[in-house]
Design a protein around this ligand. Structure first.
Ligand code: ADP
Length: 543
């Protein structure tokens, strides 16, 4: 309401089309001047009397004229008429207040700029100065008063014309900047949204309008957090109010790469990766947020196709491998095999075993990528799992000429998936053995620290550089060092290990120094009470 009043006042006062408010102000000041003269017991002469009659008449006329439809000269005529009224008010032996001319001068300068100032000057000279001088006679006093009124009126009109010109220039510049900004935002292939401090949409670019139509086919209220055809990464579960990117942003959250699908039609829906940044006032108060929506549909579809391809190829490869493995074992069971054939079949079997592990890793990676780390948790003695893994690693440890030391309690029970967790231990131990040159040492510690299971695998091997440390858990990543030394591997083991640890709610970390060795540390929440575990033991196995 207040805003509307302000707008209306602004329109009446500043818009050139409607002089009603101005005329009211002028009339009141004119009447005040006359009233004060009468109160000061000055007798009003013909000129001011005519003015006194004409002022209300002019005000009534101004009220009745449909100004929006009248030509411009009518408004100029009204203002010149006002200057004439000021001239009339001065046709008195004691003179009058010529300063009232400032009001029409202001308006003329405001609305018609320099042209208005010129009209002011000419009208004041013709209607105020000349009649005044004729009526009162050209004395020093009357000349001074007339000239002052004219100069003041023209100066005021020019000054206001100048100010308005600057303001308009500034506004035009701001408008131009706004349009340039909008044009730039519209050329970007990313949806952009700006929210204010109350979560209302301030602005968005054209790209985002397209996303909004998909997500909110029935329309949007313009308030952050509205529910719509917005789905989680799986493309099926609706995103709830608290998880909507705009709502999170209004809670002051900054995030990157929240993946959502928008649209319910499988053919036209888009996958968007959303980031948010908060805007704060100098005091630190939340002032709004900016969100960017990047279209990653093609990438997601390519990923889906690749995963399906890897999964089906891996699956198809496994069947013949199982058959080769089976028949090789059968042949090896025969007693009449020459030694050389037995040896060659042994090589075949080892390589089939390697291929089988590789295919299993690929298959598992494809499943992990699709978020399919299915856990079958049960009470598991992790200490037993570690011992089994160390036992299995013993031949490789001996072949590599390493020392293996372990500190493992008799029993450590936790709720884990035994098969998956055995895979974690196997991967870490086999890497430590693989990446430690002969004469080195591998140490495996299992303990409970701060209500967490902690598995630590330490080696004195080739180590990992600072630069590579952040990447060792990425799929297919191998350090240059490992590849150069022709150490076998394809860079899947640690990514699978991390996925398994993560899905157990745990963390895996690595500390390493190139050339000196590495320490891999796995921490898992212990959801089985400590007192159900046998007390921690001193080293029970040193191989
Ligand atoms: P792979 O061993 O099959 O290459 P991983 O995913 O298990 O794959 O390991 C990824 C990479 O991390 C390895 O190629 C190697 O460069 C590095 N790495 C892993 N474990 C160790 C370790 N204990 N010491 C040095 N480098 C390691």
């Amino acid at each position: 309401m207040r805003r509307r009043l302000r707008e209306e006042f602004r329109r009446l006062w500043l818009e050139p089309s409607d002089p009603r408010l101005l005329q009211l102000g002028f009339s009141l000041l004119f009447l005040l001047d006359m009233g004060l003269r009468v109160a000061g017991e000055v007798e009003l002469h013909t000129g001011p009397m005519i003015g006194l009659v004409l002022v209300p008449v002019a005000w009534v006329v101004t009220l009745t004229v449909p100004w929006t439809r009248t030509p411009e000269w009518c408004r100029v005529a009204l203002l010149v008429f006002d200057i004439g009224l000021v001239g009339l008010s001065r046709l008195d032996p004691v003179g009058g207040s010529g300063l009232l001319v400032v009001i029409p001068a202001l308006w003329l300068g405001l609305v018609y700029g320099v042209r208005g100032a010129a009209i002011t000057g000419v009208s004041t000279v013709l209607l105020v100065m000349v009649p005044g001088l004729i009526y009162l006679g050209p004395t020093g006093m009357t000349i001074s008063r007339s000239v002052t009124a004219t100069v003041v009126a023209v100066t005021v009109a020019l000054a206001i014309a100048n100010v308005i010109q600057r303001v308009r220039g500034g506004q035009e510049l701001i408008e131009l900047q706004r349009r340039v900004g909008e044009a730039i935002l519209d050329t970007v292939d990313v949806g952009l949204v700006l929210l204010d401090g109350n979560g209302r949409y301030l602005t968005m670019n054209r790209r985002h309008h397209d996303f909004m139509r998909l997500a909110f086919p029935a329309g949007h209220s313009g308030q952050a957090g509205q529910l719509g055809d917005v789905f989680h990464e799986d493309g099926e579960t609706f995103v709830e109010h608290e998880d909507m990117p705009t709502y999170r942003a209004t809670q002051g959250e900054e995030f990157d790469d929240q993946l959502i699908w928008v649209g319910s039609d499988a053919l036209t829906r888009r996958a968007l990766s959303v980031s948010s940044r908060v805007v704060r006032e100098e005091s630190g108060k939340f002032a709004g947020a900016a969100l960017a929506y990047k279209d990653v549909t093609d990438f997601m579809r390519a990923l889906e196709v690749k995963e399906e391809f890897v999964a089906s190829v891996s699956h198809e490869l496994r069947t013949p491998l199982t058959s080769i493995n089976g028949f090789t074992s059968l042949i090896l069971e025969r007693d009449d095999l020459p030694d050389e054939v037995r040896h060659q079949l042994g090589v075949v079997q080892r390589n089939v075993g390697r291929l089988d592990r590789l295919v299993a890793d690929l298959l598992q990676t494809a499943q992990v990528e699709r978020g399919l780390v299915h856990l079958e948790r049960e009470r598991t003695d992790i200490a037993a799992l570690v011992r089994q893994s160390l036992e299995a690693a013993r031949p490789a440890v001996e072949a590599a000429g390493l020392t293996l030391v372990s500190r493992v309690p008799n029993r450590l029970v936790a709720m884990v998936d035994p098969q998956r967790f055995a895979q974690v231990i196997d991967n870490l131990v086999s890497n430590a053995v693989k990446y430690t040159p002969s004469g080195g040492r591998v140490e495996v510690d299992l303990s409970v620290t701060h209500e967490r299971v902690e598995l630590v695998v330490i080696d004195t091997g080739i180590g990992i550089s600072v630069r590579d440390r952040n990447h060792v858990f990425s799929r297919f990543f191998r350090t240059r060092h490992a590849a150069q030394r022709s150490i076998q591997g394809i860079g899947l083991g640690l990514s699978i290990t991390k996925a398994i640890v993560d899905s157990h709610g745990g963390r895996i970390e690595v500390e390493s120094e190139e050339g000196r060795g590495s320490t891999f540390r796995v921490r898992l929440p212990l959801d089985v009470p400590v007192d159900q575990n046998l007390p921690d033991a001193e080293p029970v196995a040193a191989l």
